[in-house]
Write a protein that binds this ligand. Structure first.
Ligand code: PLP
Length: 401
């Protein structure tokens, strides 16, 4: 039977190819060939969920009260734990009933927010490179993406002056994310003040992804959008337990901020899902109440890896600035080589998986992202293989003696 009439909707057909899926195929092939892969491609933390969180989940699992459908808007206790954490961490007071909403991971919320707010043809401002759901969500919703191309010379910060006045006037949402995946860039508080003033002036909803709220080093503390006066009138901020607490598989995140924006997302979700398993919401409360010593341990682990890899890549010709946050290095491809070619070459010659920068949009071309999701011994093995395969960075013309 000819099944060519079974076609996904245009909103699916319009999506650019998902580079991670293609990467998965190539990884499978490399494995078949017997390569010992070192996967530094995904943003999947390699550590275990903290023991107190696991114990809280096991206890909650034994309670039949947790076995039914959870409340649509999340459990009252988890919402209270969220706003308490937020107040402790940022000194911002939020109403647990209207200004905090648990999510099945922040990716779910970021994507659904686009569907709740974007009409076909709406202009959406998205930095490039950015985390894929920041542009894929709006594309699925039928939005027209205006890419704000980020540049190394601007420290990967959004230069708001490059957004034409007529684009800003019609734009509905601006997505952004600092500390950034994939560039590992951080933004000073003044930047947040500027972007809030910009969004208020042009009446644009601000969607900030603060997924790396706690993965910061060297005394740096990431800024929350909601710390900025006036931000709560026009913005929301997404958080996740995936990265800080090694809970990526548990699917727990939340959004905080403007109650009207959150209400639209809640209405959509009420029609699509039932939220997080109540037992896991109880466990998530425990995660948000862990002592800071736990955070320091996690931060120390990533900081050590960051320093180790930056040092090793330095010996191979790369000059990579020390990022103050995230679990990534954003690494320039050798001159004249594109992201895909370089990532492929690295995979084929060394079995090391890195993510081509163009997976994060056109602004990521010319870079690859390396995730710090292996211990230093494996990172050292990766560096050794780079060395043996002649993978290196030569800044300009090579001068031979
Ligand atoms: C990992 C990541 C997410 C996804 O988090 P989940 O809560 O696991 O869905 C969202 N945004 C950014 C920038 C990320 O790096």
């Amino acid at each position: 039977m000819n099944l060519s009439w079974i076609k996904p909707a245009e909103r699916i057909q319009k999506l650019p190819p998902y580079v991670f899926a293609r990467l998965d195929e190539l990884k499978a092939k490399a494995r078949e060939q017997g390569l010992d892969l070192i996967d530094l491609g995904m943003g999947n933390p390699d550590g275990a969920t903290p023991q107190p969180v696991i114990e809280a989940a096991m206890t909650a699992l034994q309670n039949p009260a947790n076995h039914g459908y959870p409340p649509f808007e999340g459990t009252a206790n988890f919402r209270k734990a969220i706003t308490k954490w937020y107040n402790r961490r940022y000194g911002v007071v939020l109403d647990p009933n209207s200004e905090a909403l648990p999510l099945l991971g922040s990716k779910e919320g970021l994507g659904h927010l686009a569907i709740a707010y974007i009409n076909p043809g709406d202009t959406i401002l998205v930095p490039s490179p950015s985390y894929p759901v920041h542009f894929r969500g709006p594309i699925i919703a039928g939005g027209v993406i205006h890419n704000i191309i980020l540049k190394e010379e601007d420290d990967w910060l959004i230069d708001l002056t490059t957004i034409p006045d007529e684009v800003a006037k019609k734009a509905k949402i601006l997505y952004f994310n600092y500390p950034s995946n994939p560039t590992a860039a951080t933004a000073p508080r003044e930047f947040f003040e500027e972007i809030v003033a910009f969004a208020r002036k042009y009446e644009i909803m601000l969607v900030h992804d603060l997924c790396y709220a706690e993965l910061a080093f060297d005394g740096y503390q990431p800024t929350s959008l909601l710390e900025i006066p006036g931000a709560k009138d026009i913005g929301v901020e997404f958080h996740t337990l995936s990265k800080t607490y090694n809970m990526a598989g548990w699917r727990v995140g939340f959004v905080v901020g403007n109650r009207h924006i959150i209400q639209g997302l809640r209405t959509l979700k009420t029609n699509l899902d039932y939220g997080i398993f109540s037992a896991l919401q109880t466990a998530a409360e425990t995660a948000l109440q862990l002592p800071d010593s736990y955070l320091h341990e996690v931060q120390q682990r990533y900081r050590t890896r960051r320093d180790f890899l930056i040092d090793g890549l330095g010996k191979l010709g790369w000059n990579i600035p020390k990022s103050k946050a995230t679990m990534y290095l954003w690494v320039k491809c050798p001159i004249g080589m594109g992201s895909t070619d370089f990532a492929l070459q690295v995979l084929q010659k060394t079995g090391v998986v890195v993510t081509p920068g163009n997976a994060f949009g056109p602004g990521g071309e010319g870079y690859v992202r390396i995730s710090l999701i292996n211990e230093c011994d494996r990172l050292g093995e990766a560096l050794q293989r780079f060395k043996e395969a002649g993978i290196c960075y030569q800044p300009e013309a090579v001068v031979t003696a």
